[in-house]
Design a protein around this ligand. Sequence first.
Ligand SMILES: NC(=O)CC[C@H](N)C(=O)O
Length: 196
Amino acid sequence: MYTIGVLGLQGAFREHIRSIEASGGKAVTIKRPEQLNEIDGLIIPGGESTTMRRLIDKYGFMEPLRQFTSSRKPVFGTCAGLIILASEIVGYEEGHLAVMDIKVERNSFGRQRESFEADLTITGVGDHFTGVFIRAPHIVEAGENVEVLSKHNGRIVAARQGHLLGCSFHPELTDDHRMTQLFLEMVKESKEKASA
Ligand SMILES: NC(=O)CC[C@H](N)C(=O)O
C-alpha cells in the first residue's frame, strides 16, 4: 500500500483523504514538514493559494516542499494547489513553489461563473469525468515537457509533467475517484523505479 500525504494547512484536504482511502491508499494529513519523510506522494489541495502560501512560509514548509518535489516523488496540485506548483502566475512577479513549467491565471472563468461543473475527457482517466470548478485557475501556457491531459472550452484544465500532476478543478468533491487513482498509479511507478 502507498502512503499519500495531503497538505493540511488550509482548504479541501479532508475530501482528498477520503478519496485516497476510497482508492485503496493510506492517507496522512500533513501538518508538520517532518511528516513529508513518511510519504510516497503528496497532494496539495484546493483552497486559497495566497493564504496557503502564507501558511507554507509560517510553518517552514517552503524548503522541505522544494526538496520533496526534487526527490521526484509525485506531487498532485488541485486548483489552489495547481497555482502553488506553477512556475508563473499571470499578474504576479513570482510563483510559489514554482516547480511545474506552466503559466496559470487565477479566477479565470469569470466572476459570474464562480463555480460550475463540466463534463471532461481526461487522458489517462477517461471520458465523462465531472470537473467541479470553484473560482478555478486555468493553464495559459504549458512548457514542452508538459503533457496536456484535458481542456475545457479550449482552456487547459489538467496537465502532467513527469512526476507532477495538476488540475484546475476539484476531483475530490465527487465520488468518481479516477483522478486520484491516476495519481496513485504515478506513485506506484515512481516507487518501482526507485527500487529497481
Ligand atoms: N477552489 C480553489 O482552490 C480556488 C483557488 C483560488 N481562487 C486561488 O486563487 O487560490
